[in-house]
Write a protein that binds this ligand. Structure first.
Ligand code: C2E
Ligand code: MG
Ligand code: MG
Length: 764
């Protein structure tokens, strides 16, 4: 059977790892996590804010300055004035983030060129491209040669993202053949290769960058205190003029602040960006380790730990200005975690949580079982056994059960349902009988759990295979197991398609006689308890037919069929002769006090030779007639014919006891009771079973006992399934009880042992 794959719900982890690697690769390549990445970075930055160095100072051409000095662009003599003022204030270097690529009034241009020359420390803006990342357009915004003659140039090329944020800045850009440093690099005095980018460290609190209005500078209100020995960047700072960017963690601000932030970064050190690969690779390594763990809790621990560390490590590294992206790595953790949780969730529905065995849902989902037979085992007292054990012993008990059920086929996958139900698939042609009987025999020895011994009784039901769904076939197997338990059989085959079919009934009948001859029919004996003395004082003989292919067939099934077609004679003769033959020995063993009951359909009472044959049988086995009781069913027929009643009279004269079986289910008027010369009433189990719960059943049983006693009859209650019922019956002064609580129908050998044990116990 190829059900072994079901045993391991977790598949090979490597496929999961591979898919995770591919997914995080795609994730990283398309930059899917950018938004989250930025958000995480801003969150981390907020933990380590730092103030500006103070080496870089900003002069803002702001709305106030524009109001005072007129619209932009200004006449260049104003910029010349600013250069002069800064120069006087002792600025270390002057950076003009202002476009001087076009000519203006000649006098103004001249004034600016002269101021630049006077200073000798001026750097002015050149721009070769601008735009969002990947879409920037080339422009040529170099300052006029008149200005650059005595000034350096710096690149103001920036690349902004979806948010209009500038996360990285080049050290320098190539303009034609010239390598032009970026404002940030130039301000910080750091040299770096062209087009190589460095990340801007936005943990800088931009509000700490010293900034002044151009209006105050031009008005002469600022001086050495603000500018001496510092590098000054002058640029527009008005929403009307644009050049606004999003500063992560701060909000909208102007280009000059972005350049300042870039400069501040480089002043602290050379920042480096490693992209997303290291994070993703580290995550995959940790995931691989996690998947190697045997226990799910360890796997979960390693995965969570990995994700937490990956989230925290950048905090430490960014202090050293080392930047890398973590979202593709976190994504990998999320994928694996999600997949494992999903698998577990999915598997949970198919696994019995207490034992880890696949459950019955798993069985019904097991498509390969469609062409196999289903065997269901039901432990009747499993729950009680569990209740008697210390908590958390279910797994141990189940292990013992599985060890026994697995005898003969260790490879077999056993599915576990609730409350002591187990099931498995089997070859439909397998000879079940011997195997199941052997398994049942194994359960005769008590299981040992936590130093306690636990008695388990098991019955099996088999569904051989049909076109129905696995769920309904399983249900049938379970019903068969229940029927087996009810009928005192070890196992039973559920085969509704053949059993219900008329041709099977016919063939069953034709087979019954042959079955008796072949020895397939045998007799089981169910003990009867005397409720006053608490001794086994009798038994009922019950016919059993173990069909070689179909397994045990319920007595009610073949008895009813035989009765309906007047074929019951041979069966009755067979059971009677077996029972009488055995009774003699049992009477002796029980010390003379023993009653053997045999079922007989009242319809047989028309057979005139019956009384003669019976007395011959009793004589042959040396059994006194008073040790035999005939339990009559279908007695309603008796009242219409005086014949049957006559025969009962003759039997009574012989000394044989007569019991009215299944009392309560058919005709049971007082008149009827008086007319049938019985000496015993057997209350039907359908009433007795309910007396612990149902008041009306209790009343019915109680009044029947009183009525029977008043007529001089003794009373047997059948269907005493629970100890409690036996106790209630005793209180009700019922004479005898029969039922599972006392004993199931068993072989004659078992009954003999039972009686001996009973005698020894009561003698002691
Ligand atoms: P019955 O004579 O009423 O027999 C009692 C039935 O109740 C038996 O079923 C027995 O196994 C079952 N039983 C005993 N204790 C309990 C209990 O505590 N709980 C429950 N639920 N059931 C209990 P079985 O052996 O299947 O027999 C069914 C019927 O078939 C018998 O009912 C009887 O009417 C008939 N039968 C059995 N053997 C013979 C026979 O040799 N000749 C005739 N004519 N009829 C027979
Ligand atoms: Mg009976
Ligand atoms: Mg009965």
């Amino acid at each position: 059977m190829d059900t072994a794959s079901h045993r391991t719900p977790a598949k090979a982890p490597w496929t999961l790892l591979l898919w995770t690697a591919v997914a995080s690769l795609v994730f990283g390549l398309i930059g899917f996590g950018e938004l989250a990445e930025d958000w995480l970075r801003v969150a981390r930055n907020s933990f380590r804010p730092h103030a500006a160095s103070g080496q870089v100072v900003v002069v803002k051409i702001d709305d106030r300055a524009l109001k005072e000095h007129g619209n932009w662009p200004w006449p260049r003599r104003l910029e010349a004035q600013m250069i002069d003022r800064l120069e006087q204030a002792g600025a270390k270097a002057i950076f003009l983030d202002i476009n001087f690529s076009f000519p203006s009034a000649a006098a103004d241009d001249r004034a600016l060129a002269q101021a630049i020359e006077r200073s000798g420390k001026v750097t002015i803006l050149a721009r070769s491209k601008i735009g969002p990342i990947g879409h920037d357009k080339a422009i040529d915004a170099r300052p006029l040669p008149a200005f650059t003659r005595n000034a350096r140039i710096a690149s103001g090329s920036v690349h902004y993202n979806y948010q209009n944020a500038v996360w990285q800045m080049p050290f320098a850009t190539m303009m034609g053949k010239d390598r032009v440093p970026s404002f940030g690099a130039a301000l910080a005095g750091v040299d770096g290769p062209a087009e190589a980018m460095f990340p801007i460290d936005y943990s800088l609190d931009v509000t700490t960058v010293p900034a002044f209005s151009a209006s105050d500078l031009l008005a002469g209100k600022l001086g050495a205190r603000q500018f001496a020995g510092r590098k000054v960047i002058v640029g527009t700072a008005s929403d009307i003029l644009g050049d606004t960017y999003f500063i992560p963690g701060y909000g909208r601000n102007y280009g000059i602040f972005v350049h300042s932030a870039a400069a501040e970064t480089l002043i602290r050190g050379r920042s480096q960006y490693f992209g997303w690969m290291p994070g993703a690779l580290a995550a995959l390594v940790v995931i691989a380790l996690a998947l190697l763990c045997r226990r799910t809790t360890h796997t979960a621990l390693v995965l969570t730990g990995g994700a937490v560390i990956l989230t925290m490590v950048p905090i430490a590294l960014e202090l050293k200005l080392l930047f890398f992206d973590i979202t593709p790595g976190l994504f990998a953790f999320a994928i694996v975690g999600g997949a494992l949780v999903w698998r577990r969730f999915h598997a949970r529905g198919l696994v019995n949580p207490s034992s880890g065995l696949p459950n019955l849902s798993a069985l019904t989902a097991f498509r390969a079982g469609r062409r196999q037979a289903i065997v269901a085992a039901r432990m009747l007292n499993f729950e009680e056994a569990l209740a008697s054990l210390p908590p958390h012993s279910e797994r141990k008990l189940v292990e013992q059960v599985i060890a026994r059920l697995g005898v003969g086929n260790r490879e077999r996958v056993i599915f576990q349902g609730d409350g002591g139900i187990f099931a498995w698939f089997a070859e439909p042609r397998e000879p079940f009988g011997n195997h199941l009987e052997a398994l049942q025999a194994l359960f005769r020895n008590p299981a040992r759990v936590a130093d306690l011994s636990v008695d388990l009784s098991v019955n099996f039901g088999v569904e051989l295979g049909s076109s129905r769904s696995l769920a309904s076939r399983l249900a049938s197997a379970l019903v068969a197991a229940d029927e087996a338990a009810r009928d005192g059989l070890k196992w039973k085959i559920h085969d509704p398609e053949t059993l219900q079919d008329a041709s099977w009934r016919l063939s069953m009948l034709s087979q019954l006689d042959a079955a008796i001859d072949k020895g397939e029919v045998w007799v089981a004996y169910q003990p009867k308890l005397d409720l006053a003395s608490r001794r086994i004082v009798g038994c009922e003989a019950l016919a059993r037919w173990t069909h070689p292919e179909k397994g045990p067939i319920a007595a009610s099934e073949f008895v009813a069929a035989a009765e309906q077609s007047n074929r019951i004679g041979k069966l009755t003769d067979f059971v009677l002769s077996q029972a009488v033959a055995n009774a003699a020995a049992l009477v002796k063993r029980a010390g003379g006090e023993f009653d053997m009951a045999v079922n007989m359909s009242a319809s047989l009472l028309s057979d005139k030779s019956f009384v003669l044959r019976l007395s011959a049988l009793l004589a042959r086995h040396g059994l006194a007639a008073r040790h035999l009781t005939l339990e009559l069913t279908e007695t309603a027929a008796l009242t219409s014919s005086g014949e049957g009643l006559d025969m009962i009279g003759q039997l009574r004269n012989l000394g044989v006891g007569i019991s009215i079986d299944d009392y309560g289910t058919g005709l049971s008027t007082l008149d009827y009771l008086k007319r049938v010369p019985a000496n015993e009433i057997k209350i039907d189990q359908s009433f007795v079973k309910g007396i612990a719960e149902s008041r009306s059943d209790r009343l019915m049983v109680q009044s029947t006992i009183q009525l029977a006693h008043s007529l001089g009859h003794r009373v047997v209650a059948e269907g005493a399934e629970l100890r409690e019922i036996v106790d209630i019956l005793t209180e009700m002064k019922c004479d005898f009880a029969q039922g599972y609580a006392i004993g199931r129908p068993m072989s004659i050998e078992s009954l003999a042992k039972r009686i001996s044990a009973d005698r020894k116990r009561s003698a002691a």
